[in-house]
Design a protein around this ligand. Structure first.
Ligand code: SF4
Length: 171
């Protein structure tokens, strides 16, 4: 299986979640937020394809990283391809953050044809930063998010309680 990415795997980010992290920059985003920091990632056929196996190989060679962040673009456009990567990252003891332009409630829509794949991916994710970037709500004071409408969500607790549970330590 392959995943379309905008750039090679970053191995040393300290701004895309807590601690030293890898970041997978997925290609393709439908949200078109005004003021998007990364418009080159929007096109569905931009970037380049890499095999999931090659990403997993890089994950296995990680030594100092605390986690991996799925960013983009919107990772939930490629939930099926990202699932084996997320599963392997978990087996390696990494925590998983993901950024998405979808809000939690959209991902919970059972009528969406991608619902099942997105649920399976969510089940591997620890923390989800959700929602579109809104320029009027942008603030440099915010930790790990661009605009104040975005939420930093504890995915496990939210799935268990069927309601959004925020990570209060980051908000
Ligand atoms: S969701 Fe993210 S990548 Fe997509 S348009 Fe909005 S800011 Fe840009």
């Amino acid at each position: 299986m392959k995943v379309r990415v905008a750039a090679p795997l970053t191995i040393d980010s300290i701004v895309d979640g807590p601690g030293l992290r890898m970041v997978l920059w997925t290609q393709g985003c439908p949200h078109r937020c005004e003021g998007c920091h990364n418009p080159k990632t929007h096109s569905l056929d931009g970037g380049f394809e890499v095999t999931c196996a090659s990403i997993i190989e890089q994950i296995h060679s990680a030594k100092l990283q605390r986690g991996i962040t799925l960013s983009g673009g919107d990772p939930f456009l490629q939930a099926k391809a990202l699932l084996p990567i997320a599963i392997e990252a978990k087996k390696c003891g990494l925590d998983i953050w993901a950024y998405t332009g979808y809000c939690w409630e959209e991902l919970m829509n059972e009528r969406n044809p991608h619902y099942q794949d997105r649920q399976l991916l969510l089940q591997q994710i620890d923390v989800l930063v959700d929602g579109r970037f809104i320029e009027e709500k942008k603030s440099h004071e915010l930790l790990f998010r661009g605009s104040s409408n975005q939420r930093i969500i504890d995915v496990k607790q939210s799935l268990e309680s069927d309601a959004v549970v925020l990570c209060s330590e980051y908000m």
